[in-house]
Design a protein around this ligand. Structure first.
Ligand code: NDP
Length: 526
């Protein structure tokens, strides 16, 4: 018998292999979905307060495991312990908000009954059933943990397929979930590569939630179409930063560089391209080089590490980053700082003389690059920011908030941020997601929980429709009454409403019993 294929745990900073996990087979994936379908019947019947109580136990387990989590993120992904803590902090913060608000966010809501005044109308949010969650490697805790928690709170059971790249983190996530015995029957983790993700899609869960690249999003949507399984996608980004002439250039450069280099640039809403109005271009470039020089590259396991940026997480990223840099240089870009790679460590790299013929300005680089382009004015900046297949976040820097918001409102992206970068992801109630090739999902806040539910509408009351005007029981005159009611209620002009009144009068006349013939003798004509 062939041994089971395994996924190795590899430390990108050192190349050390420190463990492995066996991959699940497609049959096991189908089994996991079948088990979770049965378990869903029990989980969805638990009152929301009960589901919150159980998720709170997980919250306690996670907080107790803080050092374990930051240690595995450090070893598995090459994040500094401090950066790992940022990811974990956001996860716990979101979890806490969802536990506090789930009951009110998911409560049935009344809607006006309108002309059906004899019924009480309301909408109830019901879970889908089993949600297949497929996660990426760049933030393997927050981007798998948060959808798992949102889906569970909404009443679904979950089969989670995290990325093969972060296998050690995935094993820890599975162990932490299993430390809550009351939760254990309602969530499964399956380990494996893209083929295991494909097997999960094929197993037809009731909803698929994917965070990943745009090509994978297309594949998953095509495969899911066979079963008409709905798919929520959170896909790639190429987020622009616009620096207007009235910006605080020092701050724009500081947070622009941080937005480009945090997690070695491997962030979906990273600053991936910069457009600076010509008046402040030189000052911005000078400040950006200075800020980028301040980054310390390296990776140790210390909680108080002296380093600010670790390695790229795996080999595929190295190839993409090298390719984008070579392409830019071949087409005339200049490196002002960085541009070198030592093993998996890519230096923070400031590029100028870039344009939209270059991959570094059009495709997701996911590396610590800050390509800066000079623009004539805000109109050109807006045009170039929108010249992109993706639309996740966009950043505008200006001291004039009214102007910055006006510029932001013309950029086609899911989140618009004025005078900051990245930090909006930590706002637990601000929906986060994209447009265009970035997909259709919205995480954070009420929308996050609601996307794991379907709305079911109720119309409840003792009497059926008293309006026989709309049924086969209609009588003569009902046409006039119907048309009259419509014009009186919804008429746009006084003439339409007046015509409605006349039609109502006609209808009433038709409905009146006919005058009986008079018994008096006819008056003889003279
Ligand atoms: P990938 O698309 O490579 O993978 C995402 C997940 O899909 C992984 O678990 C992967 O498995 C799995 N997968 C691969 N092929 C298939 C398939 N045919 N069917 C089902 N599942 C499959 O993305 P990355 O992991 O590289 O993540 C980085 C990407 O995610 C970037 O593009 C980034 O912008 C995006 N992202 C988007 C965010 C957003 O909020 N919009 C947030 C964070 C990241 P395996 O890895 O094991 O091959």
């Amino acid at each position: 018998m062939n041994p089971r294929p395994t996924l190795p745990f590899v430390n990108p900073a050192t190349g050390e292999q420190f463990g492995e996990v066996a991959m699940n087979t497609p049959a096991e994936v189908r089994q996991a979905v079948a088990e979770m379908r049965q378990a869903a019947v029990v989980w969805r019947q638990k009152p929301i307060q009960e589901r919150v109580r159980i998720i709170r136990q997980l919250q306690k387990v996670l907080i107790d495991a803080t050092d374990e989590v930051t240690a595995v993120l450090n070893r598995d992904c090459g994040k500094t312990r401090q950066d790992a803590l940022v990811e974990f902090f956001i996860t716990i913060n979101l979890m806490d908000r969802y536990c506090r608000s789930a009951e009110s966010w998911l409560r049935p809501r009344r809607v006006p009954s309108g002309i059906y005044y004899f019924k009480r109308c309301y909408v109830e949010q019901r879970p889908y059933g089993v949600v297949g969650i497929i996660g990426p490697w760049n933030y393997p805790v927050v981007l798998t943990g948060t959808p798992v928690i949102a889906a569970l709170l909404a009443g679904n059971t979950v089969v989670l397929k995290p990325s093969e790249v972060t296998a050690a983190t995935n094993v820890l996530i599975e162990q932490l979930l299993n430390r809550v015995p009351e939760l254990q029957p309602y969530v499964r983790v399956v380990h494996g590569d893209g083929s295991v993700g494909a097997a999960l899609v094929e197993a037809a869960p009731d909803l698929i939630f994917l965070t990943g690249s745009t090509p994978t999003g297309k594949k998953v949507m095509k495969a899911a179409a066979d079963n008409l399984t709905p798919v929520i996608c959170e896909l790639g980004g190429k987020d622009p930063l616009i620096v207007l002439e009235d910006a605080n250039v020092e701050e724009a450069a500081r947070w622009g560089v941080w937005g480009a280099c945090f997690n070695a640039g491997q962030t979906c809403m990273a600053v991936e391209r910069v457009y600076v109005v010509e008046k402040v271009y030189d000052a911005f470039v000078e400040a950006a080089v200075r800020e980028a020089q301040a980054f310390q590259m390296g990776c140790t396991a210390d909680k108080e590490s002296p380093y600010s940026m670790g390695p790229l997480t795996f080999e595929r990223q190295v190839h993409i980053v090298d390719d984008h840099l070579q392409d830019a240089l071949a087409k005339g870009a200049k490196v002002l700082l960085g541009g070198r790679r030592d093993q998996m460590f890519m230096q923070p790299t400031v590029l100028v003389d870039v344009d939209h013929s270059m991959k570094v300005m059009r495709e997701e680089s996911f590396g610590p690059f800050l390509p800066i382009m000079k623009v004539k004015d805000e109109a050109e900046a807006i045009r170039l920011a929108n010249d992109c297949a993706f639309g996740l976040s966009a950043y505008v820097w200006s001291e004039d908030l009214t102007r910055a918001q006006r510029v932001a409102s013309q950029i086609n992206a899911g989140t618009l941020v004025v005078n900051d970068a990245l930090s909006h992801f930590a706002v637990t109630q601000l929906p986060f997601g994209g447009v265009k090739h970035t997909g259709n999902g919205r995480v954070h806040g009420q929308q996050d929980l609601l996307q794991f539910t379907q709305s079911h509408s109720y119309a409840v009351g003792r009497t059926p429709s008293p309006l026989d005007i709309a049924t086969h029981l209609r009588k003569p005159g009902h046409y006039w009454l119907g048309a009259g009611i419509m014009r009186v209620l919804f008429g746009v002009t006084p003439e339409q409403r007046l015509q409605g009144v006349q039609e109502l009068a006609n209808g009433v006349k038709e409905r009146l019993p006919e005058t009986p013939p008079s018994s008096a003798p006819a008056t003889p004509s003279p």
